[in-house]
Design a protein around this ligand. Sequence first.
Ligand SMILES: C[S@@+](CC[C@H](N)C(=O)[O-])C[C@H]1O[C@@H](n2cnc3c(N)ncnc32)[C@H](O)[C@@H]1O
Length: 112
Amino acid sequence: MESKKERQEKGVMGQNNLTYGEVLFETLAQCLHFIRNKYGAFTKDGGKFIDLGHGTGKGVLAACLMHRFDKCEGIELLDNLFEQSKLMKESFEEHMKDHVSPIYELKSEEAE
Ligand SMILES: C[S@@+](CC[C@H](N)C(=O)[O-])C[C@H]1O[C@@H](n2cnc3c(N)ncnc32)[C@H](O)[C@@H]1O
């Protein structure tokens, strides 16, 4: 909804790369599981997770919960989604920070 509103305001509705959709927690878990089994990753703490086009940031926060990355980072082009992601991050920090200890960052900029 926020994505559509901003894309309409900016006149970029036709740009397919800005079309919104959110990854499911389960799908991301399956991806990490596949990478672990096939490539032996995630057997110890560390690494960096980056979501280029993080939307509201749910994928970044989900990644923080699935593995103790050194850093989880998201980059989002659309301002409305970035603003929502900051609220999500605040809520996450308030409720979850004692349970997981990732260092993560959300940025509002265009991925190169
Ligand atoms: C399909 S959504 C995925 C959202 C999130 N990664 C998820 O899986 O839940 C793609 C996102 O990428 C953003 N995006 C597209 N091109 C981008 C760019 N060049 N730089 C930063 N963000 C971009 C869009 O605004 C949109 O929010």
